[in-house]
Write a protein that binds this ligand. Structure first.
Ligand SMILES: NC(=O)c1ccc[n+]([C@@H]2O[C@H](COP(=O)([O-])OP(=O)(O)OC[C@H]3O[C@@H](n4cnc5c(N)ncnc54)[C@H](OP(=O)(O)O)[C@@H]3O)[C@@H](O)[C@H]2O)c1
Length: 285
């Protein structure tokens, strides 16, 4: 089976490629923005007309949550319009589309793990553009799969884990918010899960929205503490409220994803966030 990966230079895109040796029956065609700019609908059509594949995994996204407030048009082009174009092109080709989305699309007032059927009241351009992307994908290609995930990190790219390690090496104390609760997700886990579902044929049998994050729950403060504890970095962490760390785009206070639908459909084990964090830190060490 041949898999096209778009936005292949991001965290999830690079993890998919790093895992390719574990999935010898899957042939990966990985393209970054320089080969296929997904915000160019004509380029998608041209590329799809000349390349054969069975599944497209769309890893391309505009992920600069705060900068998106200043770059609304660009964020919408990449997060909303492009997934819609990819979905339509996949349907025409008879290919499956697997797309990733965000916990930020929910941002409702619930204080319990969030269901795929919950209200979506996204705050800010990034979250709103991601929700619009989900809707366009499922409208254009009813057979598409959308995985909503949260707090993604990897040994590749830029993320909270690498920022903490860099800052923790230079400073004695970091002040981190403790009133935003969620679940970190190791990009390698979501990448492995995606390839397993394709290889087993399960991806082709399902469609619609599924939440996926690592198991367990923490605040950003707990996450930072764990990063330092598990990597042996001597840096104190002080818990602060979000009001002391204002950001241009508001973040949800409670953003834990309920993964019951995913588990019932696919029966795949989901790693605990601290175990996955340890795996990533081992790679980085
Ligand atoms: N990161 C998180 O914390 C997080 C949380 C929840 C959900 N998600 C979702 O998970 C998915 C994967 O995220 P990630 O962390 O892997 O993102 P990432 O590391 O920011 O990677 C996104 C990739 O998309 C590429 N890209 C941007 N515009 C493009 C375009 N027009 N054409 C082709 N490629 C383009 C970027 O290329 P350049 O490097 O050239 O910009 C980058 O390589 C995304 O859908 C994201 O919204 C992420």
């Amino acid at each position: 089976m041949t898999i096209l990966i778009t936005g292949a230079n991001g965290q999830v895109g690079r993890e998919l490629q790093a895992l390719s040796a574990d999935f010898p029956t899957l042939k990966l065609i990985a393209v970054d923005r320089s080969v296929l700019d997904v915000s160019n609908a004509e380029a998608i059509t041209d590329f799809f007309n000349t390349t054969d594949f069975d599944v497209c995994i769309n890893c391309a996204a505009y992920t600069a949550v705060d900068k998106a407030e200043q770059e609304k048009e660009l964020a919408y082009a990449i997060n909303a319009e492009a997934p819609g174009h990819l979905a339509a092109a996949c349907l025409t080709k008879g290919a499956q589309l697997i797309h990733y989305s965000s916990d930020y699309v929910y941002h409702n007032q619930e204080n319990r793990p969030l269901l795929e059927t919950d209200a979506t009241t996204p705050h800010g351009v990034y979250a709103q553009s991601k929700l619009e992307g989900d809707l366009r994908v499922l409208t254009a290609h009813p057979g598409a799969l959308v995985f909503r995930t949260s707090w993604v990190y990897s040994s590749f790219g830029h993320n909270f884990v690498k920022t903490m390690l860099r800052l923790g090496a230079d400073r004695d104390l970091l002040r981190i918010v403790n009133d935003q609760i969620g679940s970190p997700t190791y990009a390698r886990d979501i990448a492995r899960m995606t390839l397993e579902l394709i290889q087993s044929g399960q991806a082709a049998q399902h469609s619609g929205i599924f939440n996926y994050s690592n198991e367990g729950v923490c605040s950003w403060y707990d996450f930072a503490q764990a990063i330092f504890e598990l990597s042996g970095v001597q840096c104190k962490v002080e818990a602060i409220p979000s009001t002391e760390y204002p950001t241009p785009a508001a973040r949800p206070h409670y953003s834990v994803l309920d993964k019951g639908k995913f588990k019932a459909a696919f029966g795949v084990d989901i790693p605990y966030w601290r175990d996955s964090l340890q795996d990533c830190l081992n790679l980085l060490a």
